[in-house]
Design a protein around this ligand. Structure first.
Ligand code: G6P
Length: 600
């Protein structure tokens, strides 16, 4: 039997060393697992952007000792800007980054060839599409040279993510370059546009004329590149059964494989460690909540639950609409039941704003001053008490009041007085540039932080980063400090947000129209036992789904603290299921299949 050929894998993505959205997370978190399998026989290809590269990229000299090295040298001699080095992330993979400007003057010629060969019209496209055309061409040139250098001695595999990395794929196929190709689409261009604009999108998905719709939304070139890559690759894959349907109807091919997304799950040796972190970060959130609400509406923090949703501002796709409507129902249910609990719901997304609301910042600052006053008094009382106790001759407890200096007493009282107000706590933490659907919905349902509301809302129209003065937490810490993540999406090719909750031991709500929710239902029959609730949006009406979500939330709110602690432990214990060490095998299968199909 002939010895098996050596293999080499290229993975190509617009988001290699270039964070735009979720694909960056896929690529980056998967690296350690990929490097473990492929070692030196693996490289990632991406576009070169000096600002990101200066932080994440370390160049290394290129030598003519390897086929990749020789290919890079040859293309550099032809004037192409190609950077080679390490991506400075866990796993430290080799990467090749392309300076798009060096080929941009040729873009019209490349477009002409693409039209001649594949009839993809790229006239008048936006600048980003021009960049992807140049990117695709540089990849094509590199892979063609590499394949020639290897002289058929190595089994080469190129794995393309999304259309933005794949504009050169059809020509690789046409030129019969000796390389097996996998194309993964993480969503489809048309799916994203249509799901957000057409009611009951899934019911009518079979009826769309993809080309007509692409023209209608001004994304003809993108949709054509996506379709061409999907049809020409040796293997087509996508991330969930949800997007597989889109592939079938919009890209004209049923994917051979589904590749679910994973994370690097950080497990702690001791179980209580993740509980301690929850406690610690919850305190930071509580500090914010005190500053924001207690000015006019103090409530019992031991009976308060922090719920949140987060993601891009896609009001219906992300299920913000249904979440808001369910919260209004929850508020009513809690009032009717005379619940002692308070729910604070955070909406974390990105919308244009002028600045953080100065009043929100001010309230927070005054609360900090109150805390400092209390510390000063505490210190003073402590020292006096110690001296009085040491020098006393009887066993009587001294009067602590006598130890507080009049100055501090007055100062504390005055600060608290100036802080307290009758005004309703703000719903939005920032000064938004304009009213949006979240605000409109809150007004419609009157969920506006009224004194008798059991459900309070904090709309934070910016992503959470550690430099944020309101929380002082990064996003991961914020997630840990919360009690429940709520993500009942309508359109969600995969959906990392619920998975990010699980990875941190936080229970979560997702929907059966999200890739993650759908996958969870397939692999775990008793998913609810493990802290994952799935809202049925496939077969229920909007109103029914909102009611279901409200009931799920109400049930969660009624749990005891002991139940919550147990549930967090259970969630944390299955998080490993989504570690790349378990999910890489799907990618391995895709690569093997591409090799087999190419040989045929
Ligand atoms: C963790 C901590 C406990 C804390 C509890 C709060 O388990 O280890 O010290 O009391 O969280 O849970 P809760 O669900 O009320 O935030």
């Amino acid at each position: 039997m002939a010895a098996e050929k050596k293999k080499y894998l290229f993975e190509i993505a617009w988001e290699t060393c270039n964070q735009v959205g979720g694909i960056y997370t896929v690529i980056r978190t998967k690296v350690p697992s990929m490097v473990e399998k492929w070692g030196e026989d693996y490289a990632l290809l991406g576009p070169y952007f000096p600002q990101t590269a200066s932080a994440e990229f370390e160049p290394i000299p290129v030598t003519d000792e390897t086929p990749l090295g020789r290919a890079i040298i040859s293309l550099r001699q032809k004037g192409l800007g190609i950077h080679y080095g390490y991506w400075l992330i866990t796993g430290k993979p080799k990467i090749v980054l392309f300076e798009l400007e060096t080929l941009l003057p040729e873009v019209d010629a490349i477009k002409g060839r693409i039209w001649d060969n594949h009839k993809i019209s790229t006239l008048g496209v936006e600048e980003l599409v021009n960049q992807t055309i140049v990117f695709g061409e540089m990849i094509r040139l590199l892979l063609t040279e590499v394949a020639e250098e290897h002289k058929n001695k190595t089994q080469l595999v190129a794995h393309f993510h999304e259309w933005m990395a794949s504009t050169g794929l059809p020509d690789l196929k046409k030129d019969k370059v000796k390389i097996s190709t996998v194309f993964t689409t993480h969503a489809t261009m048309l799916g994203r546009y249509l799901a957000g604009n057409v009611p009951n999108f899934y019911d009518v998905i079979e009826n769309f004329d993809w080309h007509k719709e692409a023209k209608h939304y001004g994304i003809e070139a993108q949709a054509c590149f996506e379709r061409a890559a999907a049809q020409k690759a040796d293997v087509l894959t996508t991330v969930s059964d949800i997007t597989a349907k889109e592939c079938q109807y919009f890209l004209g091919r049923i994917p051979e494989l589904i590749l679910p997304n994973g994370l690097n799950i950080q497990r702690f040796a001791a179980l209580h460690e993740h509980q301690n972190l929850h406690s610690k970060y919850k305190e930071s959130i509580s500090n914010f909540v005190m500053g924001h609400f207690f000015q006019s509406q103090p409530f019992d923090l031991d009976q308060t639950l922090y719920l949140f949703t987060s993601g891009r501002f896609e009001y219906s796709n992300k299920g913000y609409d249904i979440t808001l409507d369910a919260l209004a129902i929850l508020n009513r249910k809690m009032k009717e039941a005379g619940s002692k609990k308070t729910v604070v719901m955070f909406f974390v997304t990105k919308q244009p704003y002028h600045s953080i609301d100065p009043e929100v910042l001010h309230s927070r600052a005054v609360l900090d001053e109150i805390r400092e006053n209390c510390h000063a008094i505490e210190k003073e009382v402590g020292e006096h008490l110690f001296k009085a106790s040491a020098s006393s001759s009887d066993l009587q407890m001294p009067d602590l009041n006598a130890f507080v200096d009049e100055y501090w007493r007055m100062r504390l009282r005055r600060t608290v007085q100036t802080w307290k107000t009758n005004a309703r706590p703000k719903v939005v933490t920032h000064l938004l540039k304009q009213e949006d659907d979240i605000i409109r919905n809150l007004h419609r349902t009157n969920l506006l932080n009224n004194p008798d509301d059991k459900v309070k809302v904090v709309y934070h129209p910016d992503f959470i980063v550690s430099t944020n003065p309101l929380f002082g937490l990064d996003y991961g810490q914020f997630v840990r400090g919360c009690h429940l993540g709520v993500f009942p999406s309508y359109y969600e090719p995969w959906g990392y947000t619920p998975l990010e909750c699980m990875a941190r031991g936080v229970p979560t709500v997702t929907s059966d129209l999200s890739g993650f929710g759908d996958y969870m239902m397939q692999i775990m029959r008793d998913y609810e036992q493990w802290g994952v609730s799935v809202v049925n949006r496939k077969t229920q009406s909007y109103q029914e789904a909102a009611e279901q979500l409200a009931n799920l939330l109400f049930k969660f709110v009624q749990q005891s603290q002991r139940d919550r602690i147990t549930q967090r432990n259970r969630v944390e214990s299955i998080a490993d299921t989504f570690d790349w060490s378990n999910l890489r095998s799907y990618y391995d299968t895709a690569h093997e299949l591409a090799i087999i199909k190419k040989k045929r």
